[in-house]
Design a protein around this ligand. Structure first.
Ligand code: SAM
Length: 262
């Protein structure tokens, strides 16, 4: 199939998103602990938090369980619906809503102490203009001095080696196995990477369900995102690499500066 928009891609993936993990909820709890640790180091051991690309809630749900007052939004209606169902199943209180990050200010109420966007969501925005819109809309959701925390793949390194994808991983016992893999294609200039994501699950001995879905990411480098953050009036822009943060992707932290006076 041809490349899907992020909305189409994640709508189609929502019911299968857990197949990307050995055990999604165990992984989610790990995400929550690591992000909460970073937030606490930044002086935010609690407070109002917006996850503006929440997916099925991999970070939003565990952070709510850890005591943050969480609002979770995403452009994929199916992902948001599943996040709400996963939260309800665990008795976790999260306010969920559908919204494009480029206009997230219009979809949420009040100001937040922190906004997060984890696991390579911002590189779904393919142009500087779209990233600028998103960063400004996120900033308008933050109280002055509030924190943006975003994580993305290490495209600085990946652009040098242009890997062919992510080898398949297989989890579970024979008869009930599941997993995923990715094939990547790099257009000539290296500015984007087109990915085909394969998921599979074994419904019984010898019976497999398989899916493939395609989408495009911007191979967004740290210097570019840093300069867009500064242009969007964030301050104290700081990158933490996995060795420093304990997270598995590079992480950028930035503080909301004062909005531009009219
Ligand atoms: C790789 S998933 C990560 C989701 C979640 N943070 C996690 O780790 O499971 C990227 C998410 O970004 C969302 N996304 C992509 N473009 C978006 C946009 N323009 N506005 C809001 N969400 C968007 C997708 O729908 C998807 O849920």
């Amino acid at each position: 199939m041809g490349a899907a928009t992020p909305e189409q891609f994640y709508d189609a993936l929502a019911s299968e998103y857990h197949l990307l993990f050995d055990d999604w909820w165990s992984a989610a709890q790990w995400h929550g602990r690591v992000i909460a640790g970073i937030l606490a180091q930044q002086g935010l051991a609690g407070g109002r938090l917006l996850d503006c690309t929440c997916g099925i809630g991999t970070q939003a749900l565990p952070l709510a369980a850890l005591g943050y007052a969480v609002t979770a939004t995403d452009v994929s209606e199916a992902a948001v619906e599943r996040a709400g169902a996963e939260a309800a199943a665990r008795g976790i209180d999260v306010e969920c809503g559908v919204g494009d990050v480029r206009e997230v200010r219009d979809h949420v109420h009040g100001l937040f102490d922190a906004v997060i966007s984890c696991d390579n969501a911002l590189p779904h925005l393919l142009t500087d203009g779209d990233l600028e819109r998103a960063l400004r809309s996120i900033r308008a959701c933050l109280r002055p001095g509030g924190l943006l925390l975003a994580t993305l793949r290490d495209y600085d390194a990946l652009r040098l080696t242009r890997p062919e994808g992510v080898p398949i991983s297989i989890h579970g016992d024979a008869g009930a196995r599941h997993g995923s893999g990715q094939a990547w294609t790099w257009p000539e200039d290296g500015e984007y990477v087109d990915i085909e994501l394969f998921t599979f699950a074994e419904d019984g001995p010898g019976s497999w369900r398989t899916h493939s879905l395609a989408t495009r990411y911007r191979a967004l480098q740290r210097e570019k995102l840093g300069s867009l953050l500064t242009a969007a009036r964030y301050t104290a822009v700081e990158w933490l690499m996995p060795g420093e943060s304990g997270y598995y992707q590079p992480m950028v932290l930035a503080r909301a500066g004062q909005p531009q006076s009219p």
